[in-house]
Design a protein around this ligand. Sequence first.
Ligand SMILES: Cc1ncc(COP(=O)(O)O)c(C=O)c1O
Length: 311
Amino acid sequence: MSFQNTTPNSNIPDTICFLNGEFGPLREAKISVLDRGFIFGDGVYEVVPIYYGQPFRFEQHMARLDRSLAELRIPNPYTTNEWLELVHQLATHFAQTSHQNITQSQQIIYIQISRGVAPRDHAMTLNSIPTVFMMANPFKPIAEEIRSSGVKCVSAQDFRWEKAHIKSTSLLGAVFARQISADVGATETIMFRGDFLSEASSSNVWIVKNGTVFAPPKDNLLLEGIRYGLIEEICVSQRIPFALRKITKDEVFNADEVLLSSASKEVISVAQIDNQLTGANTDHPGQPGPIYKKLHQAYKSFIDKSCMPLQ
Ligand SMILES: Cc1ncc(COP(=O)(O)O)c(C=O)c1O
């Protein structure tokens, strides 16, 4: 008895990926059905943006990967330098297959580590060999007309678990959360635990009031995006007051500006939540405000400074 190869692969990009120590075609990459990532979502991941062929905020991504792996008691299979080398190799393959010059290439690198293959049993298997997978995708920058008008969001109760600080591949809560906004053609679902802001389905949420940037505290109720540290650094460099503290629903709906951040969105302005314009009491209702503009400008300069090749 044997299986015919029935996996449809025509919608899988014709690119190179990394799987368990080897580079090869994404269309041919296969893992065991007993992989605990498949059976239990027992794994972690990272999403690293590449600008000019260079990973942005790589050390911070690796530090978060270490924190997530430690929570799951999975040993990190590589050192930071080994990861960096693998990411460079993958990014180079991707640039070649997409006929791009690597120094001009913008990509999103996805890294996933699962606990590996073991007979099905809920308890953590401590001796399985982690499955390591990486793929590259094109980085599709947000269109200028969307940036300049801001995006629509909806609000919802945060029904996810209390270990949201782990960048885990158990993402059904995030899938449900995102679908609430997808169903009404909105960009994100901004979530509240009771009366307090947590985050969006795959972004962190920021508010601006009277010139100060606020975000919820870094705790187990949200994922500390790599942009948490970055936006704080930008605020310091731009002399924008910055504070982490609990934020109520009222404060979000009455903020002067509401922003989202993530690797792929970078930082973007929210124009509406539940069909209500943000910044209703300002001179820019439903429009990107002055703090968004400063943060986005500075974000681009940070990218240029850390990734742009020297002339
Ligand atoms: C739940 C959640 N919060 C926040 C973020 C933003 O994190 P980062 O800035 O590292 O992309 C993400 C990114 O995917 C996320 O999934």
